[in-house]
Design a protein around this ligand. Sequence first.
Ligand code: URA
Length: 192
Amino acid sequence: MSEWEDLRRACEACRGCPLWETRTNPVFGTGSETADLMFVGEAPGEKEDLSGIPFVGAAGRLLDKYLFAVDIPRENVYIANILKCRPPKNRDPLPVEEDACIPFLWRQIDLIDPKVIVCLGRISAHRLIGDDFRISRDHGQWYTRRGRQVTAVFHPAALLRDPRRKGDMLADMKMIKQKLDGIASPGEEEKE
Ligand code: URA
C-alpha cells in the first residue's frame, strides 16, 4: 500500500479524539500530491463533513474566486485542515483535538514537500506559525517554519462576515502568486 493510502486509511480509522463520534466523514485533504503550494484551513464545516472534501461550502467558493483571480488552478494546490473532523456546530477546535490530529497534517506536509504553505485564518496560523500571530496585524508576512516558507491570510469565512478585508486578501494572494513564480523561475523578475 502507498504511504498516501496508508495515511488516508489511518485517518479514516482514527479515534484519537471524540470528534469521530459526531462527524459524517473525515476530511483528509485534496489536490495535487506534488503541489508547490499548500493551503491549511481550520476544520471541516457542514458541507465538508457531508462530502469529505475541504472547502466546498461558501468559504470554499470564495477561496476558488481568489485562486482564479491570481491564476492558480485549484487542482495544482493541496488543501487540508488542522482538524480532519468537524467540531460540533463549527466551534473552534480544542487544543486536545489539534494535538491528536496534527500528526496527519505533518505527514501530509512531508509527503507533498510544498515550497509554500498558506494558513487560512488565525487557528491555522497559531498552530503553524506561532501563538503570538495576529491575523489582522501579521497577514501576508513570511515566516520560515521547519525550513519552509509560511504565510497566513484571512480565512475566507471571515471575509464573508467582514468584506472590508477583501482588498487585503487579494493583495496577499497576488503576493503569494509572485512568491511561487519567483521560486519556479528565480531571477525572472530582474530580467523583465
Ligand atoms: N473552513 C475550513 O477551515 N476548512 C474547510 O474545509 C471548510 C471551511
